[in-house]
Design a protein around this ligand. Structure first.
Ligand SMILES: [Zn+2]
Ligand SMILES: [Zn+2]
Length: 174
């Protein structure tokens, strides 16, 4: 979805509020593709500050389903992102991209909602997703989810030097 900003760009002091839809149903990164849930309409407010400077506020609310880093069970991660940006329509597109130092979500006088929101989610994506702080993970021998049960594998008595070798072996199989 595109938001046409020409009205707010053309008149100083103008305030424009818009609700927009983020269209994708999944969020895709190099690490995987995560379903999106409970998307709310995205609220935007644009203000023409004069001299073609535009301030923008946006509120993004949605949830992603991401597998736990340790046990791979689905974890719901809620996002409530309040973003603020300021851009100068006197600048060329290339200058603006450099100034916003990230993404090219404005082209001509249109704002591309999908690429803006994608960038915001990416910025706010946690490095690590855990179903709980003390997630026990899965047994690396038999694959049992150790949050739900135990297995008979004897992993604790493993010689630490041997464990290291097994780790190397595991990683080389990835
Ligand atoms: Zn977990
Ligand atoms: Zn096991």
């Amino acid at each position: 979805m595109q938001i046409n900003l020409s009205e707010v760009i053309s008149s100083e002091g103008k305030v424009m509020q818009v609700e927009a839809v983020y269209e994708p149903e999944t969020f895709q990164t190099a690490a995987g593709e995560y379903p999106i849930f409970d998307k709310k309409p995205i609220y935007f407010e644009f203000v023409n500050l004069g001299e073609k400077k535009i301030s923008m506020k946006a509120v993004i609310e949605l949830a992603l389903i991401i597998p736990c880093d340790r046990c791979l069970e689905d974890v719901r991660k809620d996002f409530h992102i309040e973003a603020e940006r300021e851009f100068n329509m006197n600048e060329t597109e290339a200058q603006r991209i450099e100034a916003l130092d990230e993404m090219n979500f404005i082209s001509g006088s249109n704002l591309d909602v999908d690429s803006f929101v994608y960038g915001e989610i990416l910025l706010n994506l946690p490095m690590k997703i855990l179903c709980s702080e003390d997630c026990k993970g899965i047994c690396n021998r038999c694959g049992t989810n150790l949050n739900h049960g135990t297995c008979d594998c004897d992993t604790r008595s493993l010689d630490p030097r041997m464990a290291k070798i097994l780790d190397v072996f595991k990683n080389s199989n990835k």
